[in-house]
Ligand binder design. Structure first.
Ligand code: AMP
Ligand code: MG
Length: 276
């Protein structure tokens, strides 16, 4: 369907997030109307990941970025939870540890990158180093402003090593964020997620938008694209991401490896006795 194409950030384009409606649902009306489709794509995801693991040739890196409550945990749970945990891993990017901070900013990203056959989801990513770091001036401007090119070179290296990179920005409105904070207050199972710092970050909303716009504009390449996922509706967000990942994996035309043994001979030699 064509709407998926519109979610992809064309290389060299100048993203203005106000042009992207966070409530967009691609014409779908309700979670019920897409339930079968979501299930279909979840099953496909599982099959394709099994092939990726068996073939041991490609790897997949999914980067998830969003403001607080944007839905990163939800995407991991609902969409990527469809995959077999064997061969699939989540790498969270928190405030750098002392060891991480003592290295260049890409060190921890490179260490967490997927090996052949693996799917890795970055829950936040190396982009934090041009987002939170830029918004709060954690390093001087001349340091963070060089990072866009450094990120592009780094991702190019990963791509050259058969890593496929899909980057998703979960786009929600400021009002939707407040609504989700409120829901957390009303739900004791979500209380652990509440942090006063998250409320304070709302004061920097405009700065975050500007930082995201620059990262999306400068670091979406044909080999390592960004997608802006309208995420006010969780069900549409899950559907769109599942579809994009499935369609990308399908385009690899993966095949299960040929057997390294003579199947006929093994059947004759070891299983003939069972029939007699
Ligand atoms: P959460 O994902 O809600 O557990 O929060 C992780 C926190 O770590 C967020 O507030 C991020 O902005 C922060 N964080 C991630 N990477 C960096 C970084 N490179 N420098 C500073 N803070 C970071
Ligand atoms: Mg948080």
């Amino acid at each position: 369907m064509s709407y998926l194409k519109k979610l992809k950030v064309e290389p060299e384009s100048k993203v203005k997030l106000r042009d992207f409606d966070p409530s967009f649902t691609g014409g779908h009306k309700s979670p019920r109307s897409v339930a079968d489709e979501v299930e279909h794509y979840q099953n496909k995801l599982r099959e394709l990941q099994d092939q990726l693991y068996a073939e041991h040739r490609h790897s997949l890196l999914i980067c998830l970025q969003a403001v607080d409550t944007g839905g990163k945990d939800g995407v991991i749970n609902h969409v990527l939870g469809a995959m077999n945990p064997q061969g699939c891993r989540v790498a969270p990017f928190k405030q750098p540890s002392a060891e991480e901070a003592a290295h260049d900013f890409l060190w921890r990203a490179h260490k967490a990158a997927p090996a052949c056959g693996e799917v890795v989801i970055f829950n936040r990513s190396h982009y934090e180093d041009v987002l939170v770091v830029r918004v709060h001036n954690l390093v001087p401007k001349d340091v963070w402003s060089r990072r866009y090119d450094q990120i592009n070179s780094f991702e190019k290296e990963l791509v050259a090593h058969q890593t496929h990179i899909l980057k998703f920005f979960l786009h929600i409105s400021k009002e939707e964020q407040l609504k989700r904070f409120k829901e957390r207050l009303d739900d004791p199972t979500k209380h652990w997620k509440i942090s006063e710092a998250d409320y304070k970050e709302r004061a920097f909303w405009k700065d975050y938008i500007a930082a995201y716009e620059e990262a999306l504009s400068r670091c979406s390449t044909s080999q390592s694209p960004w997608f802006i996922i309208p995420s006010n509706h969780k069900w549409f967000r899950n559907l769109a991401i599942a579809r994009i990942v499935v369609e990308h994996l399908e385009s690899l035309r993966m095949k299960y490896p040929k057997p390294t043994v003579n199947i006929g001979r093994i059947r004759r030699e070891y299983h003939a006795a069972e029939r007699s």
